[in-house]
Write a protein that binds this ligand. Structure first.
Ligand code: AMP
Ligand code: MG
Ligand code: MG
Length: 310
């Protein structure tokens, strides 16, 4: 059990989250295969919840809270109130994580310093429309309000690669240590590629993207997916100049990006806060880059900045 190993809390949390995210990713695939998505509109047709969101959230929150009863865990979905399906629980720890040396500044973190932010299925709209590689499972670990560690499972990674390819992958990272299961790749130097939302666009989003003078715009689903595009050199920047994206969307991706040397802030350049009492929406928008972060900040139109306040 998690409580019995001598490893620091942050390492045990990440080790548990890697196993749990893999299980949640399998649940996401199983629900899709069943054909019964059980779609519910939370707030209109662009804010959906499916059986996969509900079951993956149960898997993650129940599995982690049983192992870490004193840690605050905030998940996107409301609890269903139904009896917990024990087959959704996962309490193994990833040995790969337990092998590493925890960064010095995170070795004595206590339960009360931690908030775990959970998006059981990021990219729900795209999931319901069959854009399966846009989907990720996100578990972010914040310590004293800062995103310090993250786990991302991409359940449909490789799904277009044919039957021989291994489906799905899990990445994790700790700021000050590095990231595993994903490699930083450099985007093309001869053009500027910007990624943004596919299904939650508006005038502010469009105006800010135009101001970046992109050669190419990748309109795709999921905050986790878009940060992965930045990490893997498919895009130079993820620009989302409107509220709508929440703390559970950014905590895990921010930590992994930061662990690899990138930056994620609001569109004014402010760090995002992840305390337990923080408001959930990232009201100041999101900007994620590997390099030239200040250039993107400087291009942001004043009218957009005035409308998208932290
Ligand atoms: P997207 O880039 O559209 O996939 O959005 C990234 C994350 O932010 C997803 O979890 C979305 O559900 C969430 N999000 C962004 N904009 C909105 C919005 N207007 N309403 C609800 N959720 C949103
Ligand atoms: Mg999300
Ligand atoms: Mg979600």
């Amino acid at each position: 059990m998690a409580g019995n190993t001598g490893a620091p809390l942050v390492l045990r949390l990440v080790a548990a989250s890697v196993s749990v995210a893999e299980k949640a990713g399998a649940i996401v695939r199983n629900v899709f295969n069943s054909g019964e998505l059980g779609v519910v509109e939370k707030d209109g047709k662009n804010d959906l919840q499916t059986q996969a969101d509900r079951s993956a959230q149960e898997c993650i929150v129940q599995s982690l809270s049983r192992q870490f009863p004193k840690v605050t865990i905030i998940g996107e979905e409301e609890p269903t109130g139904e009896t917990v399906d024990e087959s959704h629980l996962e309490t193994r720890l990833s040995e790969e994580v337990l092998k590493v040396v925890c960064p010095q500044n995170l070795q004595s973190v206590k339960d009360e310093d931690v908030v775990v932010w959970v998006d059981p299925l990021d990219g729900t709209k795209e999931y319901t429309e069959g854009f399966l590689d846009h989907v990720t499972v996100l578990i972010g670990v914040a310590v004293n309000g800062k995103a310090v560690a993250g786990v991302i499972n991409q359940p449909y990674y490789n799904y277009k690669a044919g039957p021989g390819a291994t489906l799905g992958r899990t990445m994790w990272g700790i700021v000050g240590l590095g990231a595993f299961g994903v490699e930083r790749l450099v985007p093309p130097a001869d053009k500027r590629i910007v990624t943004t939302t596919r299904s939650h666009s508006n005038k502010l989003v469009t105006e800010s993207i135009e101001a970046m003078q992109p050669d190419e715009v990748l309109r795709v689903g999921g905050a986790g997916h878009k940060v992965l595009l930045v990490i893997e050199g498919k895009a130079h920047a993820y620009v989302f100049a409107t509220p709508g994206c929440k703390k559970w969307d950014t905590c895990a991706p921010e930590a992994i990006l930061h662990a690899l040397g990138g930056r994620l802030t609001d569109i004014h350049g402010n760090a995002l806060q992840y305390h337990r009492d923080v408001k959930h929406p990232n009201t100041g928008g999101v900007l994620a880059t590997y390099s030239d972060h200040d250039w993107y900040l400087s291009r942001m139109p004043e009218s957009v900045k005035a409308a998208v306040k932290p």
